[in-house]
Ligand binder design. Structure first.
Ligand SMILES: NC(=O)c1ccc[n+]([C@@H]2O[C@H](COP(=O)([O-])OP(=O)(O)OC[C@H]3O[C@@H](n4cnc5c(N)ncnc54)[C@H](OP(=O)(O)O)[C@@H]3O)[C@@H](O)[C@H]2O)c1
Length: 290
């Protein structure tokens, strides 16, 4: 299967490195014509949209760069989808679980794929939700929502590195995505040409405290940090807007026979591999080309 990956960032490179039959495009896409040109050049069986704008150094950047964020997260996916629809090519778009804030209305508090997002004020979340709202009406399109990627490869994009380097860490609990599992799930979704929305998060939830404890056990026993509440994040001026924290159910993946490892099992395995990479001095600079 020939997969065309759009977007040469963290996730795009991570998937490209895992799939030897994929092509990674870092070309700018500004119009449907740009997309059609790419499709005609590569003639893929499926497209992964790994392009987008998530703000650097963090998502607060989007609050002062609203238009760039809208163009990258809402307009760009529509342009990519337009080209794919015209050429009859399956598209898997990477969405974000950060369109949900707090507990859902379900008794188990978990958000389902068909639930409406509630991104009240955060620009990034609103632009990602807008894309989901419209793309999910199209045939031959799948949306894989991920959250807080956790990887065995050290990288500034990796949740482990973020938690390990922050002096003050919020004490919260979330659904998360183990990147190794995500890569396999994306591949299966594209092979099945699965349509609809999928929560690509590992079953179960993880507390930041559990991740940091495992880091201290397996990577750096001398690590220390201060714990703060989610409200303190904005109160103390560490973030402009409150962050999304939530639990996601992944019923749609299960319904089509795709499974992910239980989150604690996957986390332990990932942290063990991460510790080995750290010991060997390997980082994303050496492993990934981005
Ligand atoms: N990483 C996360 O924590 C996370 C969590 C949930 C969801 N996601 C979603 O996953 C997707 C990939 O994220 P990522 O972490 O890989 O982000 P990333 O490292 O910032 O990569 C995104 C890439 O998209 C490219 N891009 C932006 N506009 C483009 C355009 N018009 N044409 C072609 N390429 C364009 C960017 O290029 P330039 O940098 O040159 O502009 C960048 O290389 C995004 O949709 C993001 O919302 C990520």
């Amino acid at each position: 299967m020939k997969i065309l990956i759009i977007g040469g960032g963290y996730i795009g490179h991570r998937c490209h490195d895992a799939w030897s039959d994929s092509v990674l495009s870092t070309d700018r896409i500004e119009s449907k014509e740009d997309m059609i040109k790419l499709l005609d050049e590569h003639k893929p069986d499926a497209v992964l949209n790994a392009a987008g704008v998530r703000g650097k150094p963090n998502v607060d950047w989007c609050e002062t760069h609203q238009l760039e964020t809208i163009l990258g997260n809402t307009k760009l996916p529509i342009i990519i989808a337009e080209g794919c629809q015209e050429r009859g090519v399956y598209l898997l778009h990477i969405g974000s679980g950060c369109i949900f804030y707090g507990d859902s209305m379900h008794p188990d508090k978990k958000w389902r794929e068909e639930d409406m997002g509630n991104p009240t004020e955060v620009t990034y979340s609103r632009t990602k939700w807008a894309a989901d709202l419209v793309l999910s009406t199209l045939p031959n399109v799948g949306i894989g929502r991920i959250r807080m990627p956790i990887d065995y490869i050290p990288s500034p994009n990796n949740m482990i590195d973020k938690l390990a380097t922050f002096q003050k860490v919020v004490d919260v609990e979330n659904s998360v995505t183990i990147v190794d599992d995500m890569v396999h799930v994306f591949r299966q979704l594209m092979e099945k040409k699965a349509t609809g929305i999928f929560h690509v998060t590992n079953p179960g939830t993880l507390k930041h405290k559990e991740i940091v404890a495992l880091y201290e056990e397996l990577v750096d026993p001398s690590h220390t940090n201060e714990w703060i509440s989610n409200e303190d994040l904005v109160k103390q001026g560490l973030a402009t807007k409150g962050r999304s924290n939530n639990f996601l159910a992944s019923e749609n993946l299960k319904n089509i026979g795709i499974e992910m490892r239980e989150v604690h099992e996957a986390m332990k395995d990932t942290m063990g591999k991460y510790a080995k990479m750290k010991k060997e001095g390997t980082s994303s600079d050496k492993v990934l080309t981005c």
